[in-house]
Design a protein around this ligand. Structure first.
Ligand code: ATP
Length: 275
Protein backbone atom coordinates (compact mmCIF):
# COMPACT_ATOMS: atom_id res chain seq x y z
CA UNK A 1 0.00 0.00 0.00
CA UNK A 2 1.31 3.42 -0.97
CA UNK A 3 1.09 5.94 1.85
CA UNK A 4 0.22 9.35 0.41
CA UNK A 5 -0.56 11.32 3.56
CA UNK A 6 0.84 10.90 7.05
CA UNK A 7 -0.59 12.90 9.91
CA UNK A 8 1.78 13.13 12.86
CA UNK A 9 0.95 14.32 16.35
CA UNK A 10 -1.72 16.68 15.05
CA UNK A 11 -3.28 19.01 17.60
CA UNK A 12 -5.96 21.54 16.73
CA UNK A 13 -7.60 24.03 19.01
CA UNK A 14 -9.80 27.06 18.55
CA UNK A 15 -8.98 29.18 21.59
CA UNK A 16 -9.82 26.93 24.58
CA UNK A 17 -11.75 24.44 22.46
CA UNK A 18 -9.34 21.52 21.82
CA UNK A 19 -10.67 19.50 18.89
CA UNK A 20 -7.76 17.09 18.30
CA UNK A 21 -4.83 16.10 20.46
CA UNK A 22 -1.73 14.20 19.28
CA UNK A 23 -3.49 12.44 16.39
CA UNK A 24 -1.50 10.10 14.13
CA UNK A 25 -3.01 8.74 10.92
CA UNK A 26 -1.77 7.26 7.65
CA UNK A 27 -3.80 7.56 4.44
CA UNK A 28 -3.11 5.29 1.47
CA UNK A 29 -3.63 5.67 -2.27
CA UNK A 30 -7.04 4.41 -3.37
CA UNK A 31 -8.38 4.24 0.18
CA UNK A 32 -11.93 5.39 0.87
CA UNK A 33 -12.17 6.81 4.36
CA UNK A 34 -15.17 8.11 6.27
CA UNK A 35 -15.05 10.27 9.38
CA UNK A 36 -18.09 10.04 11.60
CA UNK A 37 -18.83 11.74 14.89
CA UNK A 38 -21.25 14.02 16.65
CA UNK A 39 -22.02 17.53 15.38
CA UNK A 40 -19.14 19.78 16.28
CA UNK A 41 -16.71 16.89 16.88
CA UNK A 42 -14.33 18.25 14.22
CA UNK A 43 -15.06 16.34 10.98
CA UNK A 44 -15.06 19.41 8.73
CA UNK A 45 -11.98 20.80 10.45
CA UNK A 46 -10.11 17.52 9.90
CA UNK A 47 -10.97 17.58 6.17
CA UNK A 48 -9.82 21.19 5.89
CA UNK A 49 -6.52 20.37 7.64
CA UNK A 50 -5.90 17.48 5.23
CA UNK A 51 -6.68 19.83 2.32
CA UNK A 52 -4.28 22.42 3.76
CA UNK A 53 -7.10 24.97 4.06
CA UNK A 54 -6.73 25.53 7.76
CA UNK A 55 -3.66 25.52 9.98
CA UNK A 56 -2.72 22.98 12.64
CA UNK A 57 -2.04 24.16 16.19
CA UNK A 58 0.85 21.69 16.28
CA UNK A 59 1.99 18.56 14.47
CA UNK A 60 2.34 17.97 10.75
CA UNK A 61 0.47 16.71 7.69
CA UNK A 62 3.06 15.12 5.36
CA UNK A 63 2.13 14.66 1.69
CA UNK A 64 4.16 12.08 -0.25
CA UNK A 65 4.33 14.24 -3.38
CA UNK A 66 2.57 17.09 -5.18
CA UNK A 67 -1.06 15.91 -4.95
CA UNK A 68 -4.11 17.30 -6.75
CA UNK A 69 -6.58 17.66 -3.90
CA UNK A 70 -10.21 18.59 -4.51
CA UNK A 71 -12.31 19.66 -1.57
CA UNK A 72 -16.08 19.89 -1.71
CA UNK A 73 -17.31 21.97 1.23
CA UNK A 74 -20.58 21.40 3.09
CA UNK A 75 -21.62 24.99 2.43
CA UNK A 76 -20.93 26.44 -0.97
CA UNK A 77 -20.16 30.14 -1.66
CA UNK A 78 -23.20 31.97 -3.07
CA UNK A 79 -21.81 34.18 -5.81
CA UNK A 80 -23.33 36.27 -8.60
CA UNK A 81 -21.58 34.36 -11.39
CA UNK A 82 -23.47 31.53 -13.09
CA UNK A 83 -22.78 27.89 -12.36
CA UNK A 84 -21.32 27.54 -15.86
CA UNK A 85 -18.98 30.54 -15.47
CA UNK A 86 -17.86 29.22 -12.11
CA UNK A 87 -17.14 25.71 -13.41
CA UNK A 88 -15.33 27.10 -16.44
CA UNK A 89 -13.10 29.26 -14.22
CA UNK A 90 -12.38 26.38 -11.83
CA UNK A 91 -11.62 23.98 -14.69
CA UNK A 92 -9.17 26.49 -16.19
CA UNK A 93 -7.39 26.83 -12.84
CA UNK A 94 -7.12 23.03 -12.78
CA UNK A 95 -5.48 23.18 -16.21
CA UNK A 96 -8.22 21.47 -18.27
CA UNK A 97 -8.09 22.24 -22.04
CA UNK A 98 -10.98 24.62 -22.84
CA UNK A 99 -12.80 22.53 -25.50
CA UNK A 100 -12.66 19.40 -23.36
CA UNK A 101 -13.74 21.44 -20.36
CA UNK A 102 -16.90 22.81 -22.02
CA UNK A 103 -17.99 19.33 -23.11
CA UNK A 104 -17.23 17.87 -19.73
CA UNK A 105 -19.32 20.51 -17.92
CA UNK A 106 -22.28 19.82 -20.24
CA UNK A 107 -21.98 16.04 -19.83
CA UNK A 108 -21.68 16.15 -16.06
CA UNK A 109 -24.55 18.65 -15.76
CA UNK A 110 -26.72 16.22 -17.75
CA UNK A 111 -25.63 13.30 -15.56
CA UNK A 112 -26.72 15.24 -12.48
CA UNK A 113 -30.02 16.44 -14.03
CA UNK A 114 -29.08 20.12 -13.78
CA UNK A 115 -28.37 21.24 -17.37
CA UNK A 116 -31.20 23.79 -17.24
CA UNK A 117 -29.65 25.43 -14.18
CA UNK A 118 -26.15 25.89 -15.60
CA UNK A 119 -26.72 29.54 -16.48
CA UNK A 120 -28.40 30.50 -13.20
CA UNK A 121 -26.35 32.63 -10.78
CA UNK A 122 -24.95 30.56 -7.92
CA UNK A 123 -26.71 32.86 -5.45
CA UNK A 124 -30.13 31.65 -6.70
CA UNK A 125 -29.42 27.92 -6.52
CA UNK A 126 -30.64 25.52 -3.83
CA UNK A 127 -28.26 23.80 -1.39
CA UNK A 128 -28.60 20.47 -3.23
CA UNK A 129 -27.83 22.05 -6.63
CA UNK A 130 -24.83 23.90 -5.21
CA UNK A 131 -23.53 20.62 -3.85
CA UNK A 132 -23.90 19.06 -7.30
CA UNK A 133 -21.81 21.91 -8.70
CA UNK A 134 -19.16 21.13 -6.10
CA UNK A 135 -19.16 17.50 -7.22
CA UNK A 136 -19.02 18.48 -10.91
CA UNK A 137 -16.12 20.83 -10.15
CA UNK A 138 -14.27 17.99 -8.44
CA UNK A 139 -14.84 15.71 -11.44
CA UNK A 140 -13.64 18.16 -14.13
CA UNK A 141 -10.16 16.83 -13.67
CA UNK A 142 -9.59 13.58 -11.80
CA UNK A 143 -7.91 14.45 -8.49
CA UNK A 144 -5.50 12.33 -6.44
CA UNK A 145 -7.57 12.99 -3.35
CA UNK A 146 -11.22 13.96 -3.10
CA UNK A 147 -12.39 15.44 0.19
CA UNK A 148 -16.15 15.53 0.66
CA UNK A 149 -17.92 17.23 3.53
CA UNK A 150 -21.39 15.73 4.04
CA UNK A 151 -21.81 15.18 0.29
CA UNK A 152 -25.38 13.86 0.33
CA UNK A 153 -26.95 16.28 2.77
CA UNK A 154 -28.94 18.18 0.12
CA UNK A 155 -29.23 15.55 -2.62
CA UNK A 156 -32.43 13.92 -3.85
CA UNK A 157 -32.50 10.13 -4.30
CA UNK A 158 -31.84 10.23 -8.06
CA UNK A 159 -28.75 12.41 -7.66
CA UNK A 160 -27.52 10.28 -4.76
CA UNK A 161 -27.44 7.26 -7.08
CA UNK A 162 -25.50 9.19 -9.74
CA UNK A 163 -23.12 10.44 -7.07
CA UNK A 164 -22.46 6.94 -5.71
CA UNK A 165 -21.80 5.59 -9.23
CA UNK A 166 -19.32 8.42 -9.92
CA UNK A 167 -17.52 7.82 -6.63
CA UNK A 168 -17.23 4.10 -7.37
CA UNK A 169 -15.64 4.78 -10.75
CA UNK A 170 -13.16 7.21 -9.13
CA UNK A 171 -12.21 4.49 -6.66
CA UNK A 172 -11.62 2.12 -9.59
CA UNK A 173 -9.15 4.74 -10.86
CA UNK A 174 -7.49 4.60 -7.40
CA UNK A 175 -8.52 8.10 -6.38
CA UNK A 176 -8.40 8.45 -2.58
CA UNK A 177 -11.74 9.54 -1.13
CA UNK A 178 -12.03 11.04 2.34
CA UNK A 179 -15.42 12.21 3.52
CA UNK A 180 -17.45 13.16 6.52
CA UNK A 181 -20.84 11.56 6.48
CA UNK A 182 -23.80 10.45 8.59
CA UNK A 183 -25.63 8.41 5.95
CA UNK A 184 -25.03 4.71 6.52
CA UNK A 185 -26.08 3.72 3.00
CA UNK A 186 -23.41 5.98 1.46
CA UNK A 187 -20.78 4.68 3.89
CA UNK A 188 -21.72 1.08 3.02
CA UNK A 189 -21.62 1.89 -0.70
CA UNK A 190 -18.24 3.58 -0.98
CA UNK A 191 -16.12 3.49 2.20
CA UNK A 192 -13.58 0.84 3.14
CA UNK A 193 -12.22 2.45 6.34
CA UNK A 194 -14.08 4.31 9.08
CA UNK A 195 -12.92 6.51 11.92
CA UNK A 196 -15.06 7.92 14.68
CA UNK A 197 -13.96 11.34 15.96
CA UNK A 198 -14.36 11.25 19.72
CA UNK A 199 -12.58 12.72 22.74
CA UNK A 200 -10.06 14.59 20.54
CA UNK A 201 -8.96 11.33 18.90
CA UNK A 202 -9.63 9.42 15.70
CA UNK A 203 -10.81 5.94 16.60
CA UNK A 204 -10.88 3.10 14.03
CA UNK A 205 -14.43 1.77 13.65
CA UNK A 206 -15.50 -1.61 12.25
CA UNK A 207 -17.32 -1.28 8.90
CA UNK A 208 -19.96 -3.69 10.28
CA UNK A 209 -21.14 -0.77 12.44
CA UNK A 210 -22.84 0.55 9.30
CA UNK A 211 -24.61 -2.68 8.34
CA UNK A 212 -28.35 -2.28 8.26
CA UNK A 213 -30.03 -4.30 10.96
CA UNK A 214 -33.22 -6.26 10.34
CA UNK A 215 -36.29 -4.82 12.05
CA UNK A 216 -39.04 -6.97 13.57
CA UNK A 217 -42.60 -5.99 14.36
CA UNK A 218 -43.78 -7.46 17.64
CA UNK A 219 -47.49 -7.50 18.48
CA UNK A 220 -48.53 -7.73 22.13
CA UNK A 221 -52.00 -7.94 23.63
CA UNK A 222 -53.24 -6.79 27.01
CA UNK A 223 -55.46 -9.79 27.85
CA UNK A 224 -56.27 -8.94 31.47
CA UNK A 225 -56.50 -5.16 31.14
CA UNK A 226 -53.61 -4.53 33.51
CA UNK A 227 -50.63 -4.23 31.16
CA UNK A 228 -48.40 -1.18 31.42
CA UNK A 229 -46.26 0.03 28.54
CA UNK A 230 -42.59 0.18 29.58
CA UNK A 231 -40.57 3.24 28.65
CA UNK A 232 -38.97 2.12 25.37
CA UNK A 233 -37.55 4.11 22.48
CA UNK A 234 -39.11 2.07 19.65
CA UNK A 235 -41.86 3.01 17.24
CA UNK A 236 -45.21 2.06 18.79
CA UNK A 237 -48.65 1.73 17.21
CA UNK A 238 -51.69 1.14 19.40
CA UNK A 239 -55.02 -0.35 18.42
CA UNK A 240 -57.69 -1.48 20.96
CA UNK A 241 -55.91 -3.59 23.55
CA UNK A 242 -52.95 -4.35 21.28
CA UNK A 243 -49.64 -2.63 20.56
CA UNK A 244 -47.22 -3.16 17.71
CA UNK A 245 -43.56 -2.28 18.30
CA UNK A 246 -40.89 -2.07 15.59
CA UNK A 247 -37.61 -3.25 17.04
CA UNK A 248 -34.08 -3.90 15.73
CA UNK A 249 -33.33 -7.66 15.71
CA UNK A 250 -30.69 -7.36 18.46
CA UNK A 251 -33.24 -5.79 20.85
CA UNK A 252 -36.10 -8.29 20.49
CA UNK A 253 -35.22 -10.59 23.45
CA UNK A 254 -34.78 -7.64 25.79
CA UNK A 255 -38.06 -6.08 24.73
CA UNK A 256 -40.05 -9.33 24.98
CA UNK A 257 -38.74 -9.83 28.52
CA UNK A 258 -39.71 -6.26 29.46
CA UNK A 259 -43.18 -6.58 27.94
CA UNK A 260 -43.88 -9.95 29.65
CA UNK A 261 -42.78 -8.46 32.99
CA UNK A 262 -45.35 -5.70 32.39
CA UNK A 263 -48.22 -8.19 31.84
CA UNK A 264 -48.34 -8.13 28.04
CA UNK A 265 -48.84 -11.34 26.02
CA UNK A 266 -46.85 -11.83 22.82
CA UNK A 267 -49.32 -12.31 19.94
CA UNK A 268 -47.12 -12.21 16.84
CA UNK A 269 -43.74 -11.43 15.40
CA UNK A 270 -43.08 -10.40 11.84
CA UNK A 271 -39.94 -9.65 9.83
CA UNK A 272 -40.15 -6.11 8.38
CA UNK A 273 -39.62 -7.46 4.86
CA UNK A 274 -42.58 -9.83 5.04
CA UNK A 275 -45.15 -6.99 5.37
N1 ATP B 1 -12.93 29.07 12.43
C1 ATP B 1 -13.35 28.65 13.62
N2 ATP B 1 -13.21 29.39 14.72
C2 ATP B 1 -13.62 28.97 15.93
N3 ATP B 1 -14.23 27.79 16.16
C3 ATP B 1 -14.41 26.99 15.08
C4 ATP B 1 -13.99 27.37 13.76
N4 ATP B 1 -14.31 26.36 12.89
C5 ATP B 1 -14.89 25.40 13.64
N5 ATP B 1 -14.96 25.77 14.95
C6 ATP B 1 -15.52 24.97 16.05
O1 ATP B 1 -14.88 23.70 16.05
C7 ATP B 1 -15.83 22.68 16.37
C8 ATP B 1 -15.79 21.63 15.29
O2 ATP B 1 -16.37 22.17 14.09
P1 ATP B 1 -16.52 21.30 12.77
O3 ATP B 1 -17.29 22.13 11.80
O4 ATP B 1 -15.19 20.78 12.37
O5 ATP B 1 -17.41 20.07 13.31
P2 ATP B 1 -18.20 18.94 12.50
O6 ATP B 1 -17.92 17.64 13.20
O7 ATP B 1 -17.87 19.00 11.05
O8 ATP B 1 -19.69 19.38 12.76
P3 ATP B 1 -21.06 19.10 11.91
O9 ATP B 1 -21.35 17.62 12.00
O10 ATP B 1 -22.07 19.91 12.68
O11 ATP B 1 -20.84 19.60 10.50
C9 ATP B 1 -17.15 23.36 16.56
O12 ATP B 1 -17.33 23.57 17.94
C10 ATP B 1 -16.99 24.68 15.83
O13 ATP B 1 -17.78 25.67 16.41
Amino acid sequence: MEEIIRIEQLTKRFHKNILFEAVDLSIYKGQSIVFTGKNGSGKSTMLKMIAGLTSLSSGKVHRSQELLIHYIPEHFPRKKMSAYQYLLAMGKIDGCPIFELKNRIQDLAEDFYMSEMLHTPLSFLSKGTLQKIGVIQALLRTPDILLLDEPLSGQDERSQKVFITKMKSLLEERVTIIMSCHEKHLIRAISDTAYQIENRKILPTAMSTFDSEAVFHLVFIDEQGKAVLPDVAFSIERFDNQVRLSVPASQTNLLIRQMLDNHWTLRGMQDENSD
